[in-house]
Every structure is written in structure tokens, then in C-alpha cells.
Design a protein around this ligand. Structure first.
Ligand SMILES: C=CC1=C(C)c2cc3[nH]c(cc4nc(cc5[nH]c(cc1n2)c(C)c5CCC(=O)O)C(CCC(=O)O)=C4C)c(C)c3C=C
Ligand SMILES: [Fe+2]
Ligand SMILES: [Fe+2]
Length: 366
């Protein structure tokens, strides 16, 4: 099929591109029914109020980054790397559809229509599936594609929490962090993912379960005897109870235990406010305050060759129909029929997420 034209659409969250964009970006985020799960008549005014309240602290975060999020530039670099890795597929163009800031699905669907591909692969830059991220982006994409009159065979990669290229790339980056921290004592590795409200997971979202599979797969790949590690969750916002343990509680515990820390973001695949400010600035400061002897932030996989080759493999499998469909109706594919996929979310995640403090479990055979 090398003479076919393939559009790969990368899903990501988006981030403000100027100080003035912070509030409307936050409004779009809080007005997403996948994020704020209340009827639209209440959600929209509440989203307005929440965006107004959050604009100041969020603006201060983006100020540290020069007034904007670097997420788009980093996602563009990934798009170019994926195109380069898929030269064997014929004409391939990678597009970006952000959920909460530009370029959003409607703009991207119009660009894809002009490209006139034979097929479209929707590829989330979220290794772990969540109703708040991948499903929300997918829903928005299909609405926008319909409005743009874009009607081409389309398949979505649902998730890839243990994709070998992703896992090897992450492990490679972590090894030097462990070595650096090891000069200051026996290090503890914190696999830190973006958190979710507990009720989202209780409703069947497989995200937490998949984050834990990612952490376990990296630990297995690292193969460090007696490695001290924990899976934990950052970025809590709002009054609801979120899944735990929280990354800040784990930093405090490391201070009390006097162990150096290696903090690894596993649900983000490029740098942005959550890694460059929350981990690098805020958690580093907290670690210092709490007496953690040394703090290492491991970078995200970004355009690491192993990760990009892994994404390219997922696209090849998707176009070749070589992967099991996890949802025939949605046309969504699940690499290797991954157990935590949304189709099986009810069985896979309910009852399975670890309670706080119990996230380090024996490695389960998959
Ligand atoms: C794995 C990825 C993400 C999940 C799951 C997720 C859920 C989620 N997020 C919020 C609220 C906010 N998130 C914000 C920033 C942000 N979130 C993600 C990823 C996930 N979010 C990323 C990559 C970013 C950074 C964007 C950038 O800087 O470019 C923000 C804005 C920043 C801030 O005010 O702290 C909010 C708010 C909720 C409520 C939620 C699940 C319900
Ligand atoms: Fe978020
Ligand atoms: Fe799946």
C-alpha cells in the first residue's frame, strides 16, 4: 500500500500560547463534559467561574515558562519525527488536534480534508487511556470531521501503556537518574502520573490501572535488584477526592525516610507546565524543604528514537489491521488487545486500582 496517503492525527491536551489565552484555555478544559460531569446548563457557568478562579495560579505557572506552554512546539517535533519514521508507508502527514487550545479538532479536520488522505489514524499522545483525555479528544474529532465533510476510513489507537519502545525509552532515561541519585543513598523512584478524581476511576476509567502497568513494565525493563519504587499521582485541582498516593505526600515520606528521589513522569510524553514547573520547580522545592537528600527529574520520552519507532509501529499495525479491535463500534484498536482497554474497563479497573499506599504490588504476569 505504499501509494496510499495516510493522515496521522496526534491528540494532545493543548496549552495557552499567550498570557491572554490562559483563561479561555481553562474555560475550554472545565467546560468539557468528560472533565466536569454535570449537565451543560450548570457546567458552562461553573466552568466560567472555575476558569476565572484558576486563571491567576495557572498564569503564574505559565509565566515561569515565558507566558505560554511549550506543548505545541514539542508536539510538532513529535509529528515531524513520526512522519520521518513512517517513510515506508508512502505519503504520510502527521497533524495535531489539541483538545483545549489551538490547533483544535475543527481546524485540523479542515487541514486533513485538504490533504485528502485515503485513511486516517488517530494516535493519542497519551499512553494510558482515559475518558478525560483520549475519549474526549476522539469524540471531539468525530464531531469536527463530520462538520468538515471528512469521511475517510478512520481507526483510533486506544492506548499503549506497555509498548516496548515506549518502555525501553523511558527506562533508558531513568537509568542515568538512578545513577545520579545513587551517589546520595539508595534512591526511590516515583512514577508520577497526572491524577484523576476518584469517582472517574470508580466509574470504570482504566487510566489508573494502565498507569500502574506502565510503572511495572519499566521496573521490569530496568531490572535493578531490589529497586525501591512507587506509583503516585500529581496535579490535583478542585475540591473532589483524587486518586492517590499523591506525589507530594510521597516526597514528604522520602524526606522522612532520608532517601534520594528520582521522579519520572509516565503519563506525559513531552515537556510542559506539569513537568517543567510542577515537578522541576514546585516538587524540587518541596523535596528540599522536606529534607530529601537529592532530587532528580527524569525528562519525558519526547522524540527519543525508541519511543518514536514504537508510535510508528502502532500506526503500521493500525493501517494493516494487525491489531485486535477493542471496540468494533467505535473502530478503535487496542494494541495486543491490552487487558485494561476501555472495552473491558468494567472488569479491568473496577476493584483493581490500588488503595493509597498499596500501589507497589508484586509484578503481575500479563
Ligand atoms: C494524562 C494526562 C492528563 C489527564 C488524565 C488529565 C486530567 C485532568 N486535568 C485536569 C485539570 C487541569 N489540567 C491542566 C493541565 C494539563 N493536564 C494535562 C494532562 C492531563 N490532564 C497536561 C499535559 C496539562 C498541561 C498543559 C500545558 O501546560 O501545556 C490544567 C491547567 C494547568 C493548571 O491550572 O494547573 C488543569 C486545570 C482535570 C480536572 C483532569 C481530570 C478530571
Ligand atoms: Fe490535566
Ligand atoms: Fe483497547
Amino acid at each position: 500500500m505504499p501509494n496510499q496517503k495516510t493522515a496521522v492525527v496526534l491528540f494532545n491536551l493543548g496549552g495557552p500560547d499567550s498570557p491572554d489565552a490562559v483563561r479561555p484555555f481553562l474555560f475550554n478544559l472545565f467546560n468539557d463534559p468528560a472533565i466536569l460531569r454535570i449537565p451543560g446548563v450548570f457546567r458552562t457557568p461553573l466552568a466560567y467561574l472555575l476558569a476565572r478562579r484558576r486563571a491567576k495560579p495557572a498564569g503564574e505557572i505559565y509565566e515561569i515558562l515565558g507566558g505560554k506552554s511549550p506543548l505545541l512546539e514539542n508536539t510538532q517535533a513529535q509529528a515531524r519525527a513520526i512522519e520521518a519514521a513512517l517513510g515506508d508507508l508512502g505519503e504520510v502527514k502527521a497533524f495535531i488536534a489539541m483538545r483545549y487550545w489551538h490547533p483544535m479538532s475543527d481546524e485540523t479536520a479542515e487541514q486533513v480534508r485538504q490533504f485528502d488522505p485515503d485513511r486516517i489514524v488517530l494516535l493519542p499522545l497519551y499512553p494510558q487511556f482515559s475518558t478525560t483525555t483520549t475519549a474526549s479528544s476522539e469524540k471531539m474529532w468525530f464531531q469536527a470531521a463530520k462538520a468538515a465533510g471528512l469521511d475517510k476510513p478512520t481507526v483510533t489507537v486506544c492506548c499503549y501503556p506497555t509498548e516496548p519502545g515506549f518502555i525501553k525509552a523511558a527506562a533508558g532515561l531513568i537509568r542515568s537518574g538512578i545513577e545520579e541519585a545513587g551517589a546520595h543513598g539508595k534512591p526511590r523512584v516515583l512514577f508520577s502520573s497526572h491524577g484523576l478524581p476518584k469517582k472517574v476511576v470508580q466509574a470504570g476509567d482504566p487510566y489508573q490501572w494502565q498507569c500502574e502497568r506502565t510503572a511495572e513494565a519499566i521496573v521490569r525493563e530496568l531490572n535493578v535488584p531490589d529497586l525501591d519504587w512507587v506509583s503516585c499521582y500529581q496535579s490535583r485541582v478542585g475540591p473532589l477526592e483524587w486518586i492517590g498516593p499523591s506525589t507530594d505526600a510521597e516526597i514528604e515520606r522520602a524526606g522522612a525516610d532520608g532517601v534520594p528521589l528520582v521522579v519520572v513522569p509516565i503519563a506525559f510524553v513531552s515537556e510542559h507546565s506539569e513537568t517543567l514547573v510542577e515537578i522541576e520547580v514546585e516538587y524540587r522545592e518541596l523535596a528540599h524543604e522536606k529534607g530529601v537528600p537529592h532530587f532528580v527529574r527524569v525528562p519525558t520520552v519526547g522524540v527519543e528514537d525508541g519511543f518514536v519507532q514504537g508510535l510508528a509501529r502502532l500506526v503500521r499495525q493500525a493501517v494493516a489491521g494487525e491489531v485486535k479491535m477493542c471496540s468494533q463500534a467505535g473502530g478503535r484498536i487496542c494494541p495486543d488487545g491490552f487487558q485494561g482497554c476501555p472495552q473491558r474497563a468494567g472488569q479491568a479497573s473496577r476493584g483493581q486500582p490500588a488503595a493509597a499506599g498499596q500501589t507497589k504490588r508484586p509484578l503481575a504476569a500479563e
